[in-house]
Design a protein around this ligand. Structure first.
Ligand code: MG
Length: 382
């Protein structure tokens, strides 16, 4: 089967290029090169020890941000290929989308944002972009990974207007209210499909939520009935997997069909048409969007607010805010590689706070816990 890139897909030919111009790669596309740089960077490796909902040391069976990102890439690539979009770009965005996440998932990020309130705040999408633009120090000829505009545009899923104004070209769409490339839109929704479904799977495995509860949620209930009808006697674990895989397929098929409709209606013929379409052209149909939201609501109420998850959340907040407080009180306790950055910040308190936030955001769950212990427990070696 030959593969033809749609006219509205991103391509090497219509790319806005890199911030620091480079010669074209010999055997790869520009977006393959982006993907490869992401896979080889330090922040990507650390995703293995960062969590989504459960803390990394709670069990080896739960998703980490690394396995989550790989699932997002898998789902995103399937959708991109089916819609004749650029699979390599979708993959690059998917693999990089969570690079800026703090330890302990959303609770860590909320805690760090609270600490940074008077110093410009903390946004995880912006931090992912910071990671690939600035924080990764690996190449002789440019800072960061020097990714293409389209990958950077995709990584920056959300952004406050204030920060958008400071970012220049890549932030402009938030001010002008234009859309990102389609591959970014695909990666964004693949993220949603991935976490809704794996949180059901991990939530059931943890015992924090039950099949009985989930049967009342339409998305799950429909597939549950189907699996029970076809395979009434399979073991519970297999049943859950059968249901989850069908949910993913149901969402992806709807997304592809509905996006085809949206693209045809808009008559987009180029990547610029996509950017100026006035609305996203990748999306679920209204009924399926409602079902997806119902599942999200269920997970928020029953899983993310489960008392044991909340206890973990609280501990995460304490660890992150304690670390922030300690390093702001005496930044000289930061590891030596941060001292140059501190010196550059001089008396600018916001700039100093940003150095501390970058250090904390880069930590894995267990590193943050260990660092907290080292700084607070006098019997620990420093
Ligand atoms: Mg994600």
């Amino acid at each position: 089967m030959s593969f033809v890139l749609a006219a509205f897909a991103a391509s090497d030919a219509n790319s806005r290029g890199r911030r620091y111009p480079e010669t074209a790669p010999a055997y790869r596309s520009e977006y393959q090169r982006d993907r490869d740089r992401i896979v080889h960077c330090g922040a990507f490796r650390r995703l293995e020890y960062k969590t989504q909902v459960f803390v990394n040391h709670e069990g080896d069976l739960f998703r980490t941000r690394l396995t989550h990102s790989i699932e997002v890439a898998q789902i995103g690539r399937s959708i991109a290929r089916t819609l004749n979009l650029n699979e390599d770009l979708t993959e690059a965005i998917a693999l990089a989308h969570d690079l800026g996440h703090t330890p302990f998932g959303h609770s860590g990020q909320d805690a760090l944002n609270a600490c940074m309130q008077n110093h410009g705040g903390f946004e995880h999408n912006l931090q992912s972009l910071r990671a690939v633009d600035i924080l990764e120090e690996r190449y002789a000829e440019f800072p960061g990974l020097n990714l293409t505009f389209e990958t950077r545009e995709g990584i920056l899923k959300h952004c406050s207007l204030k920060n958008a104004a400071e970012l220049g070209e890549v932030g402009r769409r938030f001010i002008e209210k234009t859309q990102p490339n389609l591959e970014a839109q695909v990666a964004n929704l693949a993220d949603e499909v991935a976490y809704n479904n794996h949180d059901v799977d991990d939530g059931l495995r943890s015992g924090f939520i039950s099949v009985e509860q989930l049967r009342d949620v339409r998305l799950f209930g429909t597939q549950y009935a189907e699996v029970m009808r076809r395979h009434p006697d399979i073991p519970e674990r297999v049943r859950i997997h059968e249901i989850v895989r069908r949910m993913i397929n149901y969402l992806v098929v709807d997304l592809v069909d509905n996006s085809r409709r949206l693209l045809a209606e808009a008559g987009a013929e180029s990547i610029e048409d996509v950017r100026h379409a006035g609305r996203p052209l990748i999306g679920f149909s209204d009924p399926v969007r409602a079902e997806s939201l119902e599942l999200k609501r269920f997970l928020r109420e029953q899983l993310y607010n489960h008392y044991r998850v909340r206890r973990m959340t609280r501990k995460a907040e304490v660890v992150v805010s304690d670390l922030f407080g300690v390093f702001m009180d005496d930044p000289r306790m930061l590891p030596p590689q941060y001292l140059d950055k501190l010196r550059a910040a001089q008396d600018d308190k916001a700039a100093r706070a940003r150095v501390v936030a970058d250090y904390i955001a880069g930590m894995t769950d267990r590193y943050a816990i260990r660092e907290h212990k080292r700084l607070h427990d006098p019997s620990e070696l420093t």
